[in-house]
Design a protein around this ligand. Structure first.
Ligand code: SF4
Ligand code: SF4
Length: 439
């Protein structure tokens, strides 16, 4: 696979692979008989199950309650019965899950609030919190927490992230084209909650039709700007977008709020619209299923909890044997090995690679070409962090800024010596974080 990387000087320029799905309208995915809801489908503490095996549920029944500040509620996405509560394979490994057996009656739970209620800003935040909305670009950070910056922190800029940079992913693109009206209404709600005067909707230049759709809607609103950025990887990373659009730099170890900015993915903004206007919790999402081995790649509207195997069937299976299945894109995603793994709130794309694409060449010695430094969008020295980790020197890895790595994978992709830089840096980050938590 070859893509165009962000780098500090000119160099490798190749293509992305969105052409198989970027003009394919979103289709409804098959709703399976059994749906699996991992309790850890968000960042932060796993949710607490509040149902038992045998309980009846409807679409929108709360089945697991958030636990702690950085956690999110989980809702049934079908009506039926709780079939099982046990450990199951998930994208984060074996984890506790609730399995629901679908009765196909499509019965809905009562909405969160009366249609006649005029929600205040505080009530809107409560609804977003209750709805279990998390960052649907993949970060899965609870949106209500983002919308409540620490007291004394003034937010003046909202960035809506439609810069979908993984090479096969088109779910956000189709969402912007087909749901521009609802999306922009979600953007207005977010702007009102944060009380900001400046909103940027950022997307990449190869999704020009999305920009056209949204411009038609926001014609009269001076404070919302649609910004078309160069198609380059990883254009959609939070820190990069903030720097590009506001010229502000998020400090090392800091958050966007430190530079008076909040960044929200387009799918999340749509979920906000659905919670506030349709009074619906987070129960479905749009996911791209693509890659050369897939016979008919698609953008699918999927109920949360649907095992990936159903989406493969919706795409009519494979035309060649896949060498790798990835939850996410090839640059930042996680390799998985079971079609039982369910779609969660953070699943924006499932990518399949051919055997040849998936092969990793043998590692050789670093030739000190500096390419990994040149392509790092957050100006780290990937080889030095990787070496520090391999030498067991976590202090040095931390001093070199390992925790600022955004997991983009540019360094591993470009490295001619095939050193597993990202793997090492991810492992270093994990160990540094566990060490910090243990203190
Ligand atoms: S060090 Fe992290 S942020 Fe820098 S290129 Fe490698 S993966 Fe991307
Ligand atoms: S890109 Fe690979 S070979 Fe080049 S300096 Fe970085 S680690 Fe070494």
């Amino acid at each position: 696979m070859k893509i165009k990387l962000m780098r500090k000087r000119e160099g490798v320029y190749n293509e992305v692979r969105k052409e198989r799905t970027d003009e394919r309208p979103i289709e409804a995915a098959t709703v399976p008989e059994y749906l699996v809801f991992p309790l850890n489908m968000h960042i932060g503490a796993p949710a607490n199950p509040i149902v038992e095996v045998g309980d009846k549920v409807k679409i929108g029944t709360l089945i697991a309650e958030k636990k702690g500040n950085i956690s999110a509620n989980i809702y049934a996405s079908v009506s039926g019965e709780v079939f099982d509560i046990s450990d199951q394979p998930t994208v984060k490994g074996i984890a506790p899950c609730i399995t629901i057996k679908n009765n196909y009656k499509e019965e809905w739970e009562e909405p969160f609030y009366s249609e006649n209620d005029k929600l205040t800003v505080t009530q809107m935040k409560e609804v977003i919190d209750k709805a279990g909305i998390v960052g649907m670009g993949g970060a899965t950070f609870p949106t209500s927490v983002k919308l409540s910056p620490p007291s004394g922190t003034r937010i003046d800029t909202l960035i809506i992230n439609g810069a979908e940079c993984e090479p096969y992913s088109t779910a956000d693109h189709r969402l912007m084209v087909e749901h521009a009206v609802e999306l922009i209404e979600g953007v207005r709600i977010l702007a009102r909650i944060l009380d900001v005067n400046q909103v940027y909707v950022a997307l990449e230049s190869d999704t020009h039709d999305s920009a056209e759709e949204m411009k038609k809607i926001i014609d009269q609103e001076d404070h919302i700007d649609i910004v078309e950025l160069e198609t380059i990887y990883p254009q959609g990373s939070e820190k990069n977008l903030i720097k590009k659009l506001t010229n502000r730099e998020v400090p090392s170890g800091g958050l966007p709020a430190d530079v008076h900015t909040v960044v929200v993915n387009v799918a999340t903004a749509l979920a906000v619209y659905e919670a506030i206007h349709l009074r619906r919790p987070s129960i479905e999402r749009i996911t791209t299923v693509s890659g050369e081995p897939i016979k008919e790649p698609k953008n699918l509207r999927v109920r949360i909890g649907t095992p990936i195997s159903y989406l493969i069937d919706d795409c009519h299976g494979f035309c060649t044997n896949p060498g790798k299945m990835i939850h996410g894109g090839p640059m930042m995603g996680t390799t998985i090995n079971s079609g039982r793994i369910p779609i969660t709130k953070g699943t924006s794309v499932i990518t399949f690679l051919e055997k040849g694409e998936a092969l990793r060449s043998d590692r050789t010695s670093c030739i000190k070409c500096s390419e990994c430094l040149n392509v790092c969008p957050v100006s780290l020295q990937p080889i030095l962090i990787s070496q520090a980790y391999e030498n067991g020197d976590l202090d040095k890895a931390e001093r070199l800024g390992a925790l600022d790595c955004i997991d983009c994978g540019n360094c591993s992709y470009i490295c001619p010596a095939k050193i597993p830089l990202l793997d090492n840096i991810r492992a270093a980050k994990k160990e540094i974080r566990s060490r910090q938590e243990a203190k």
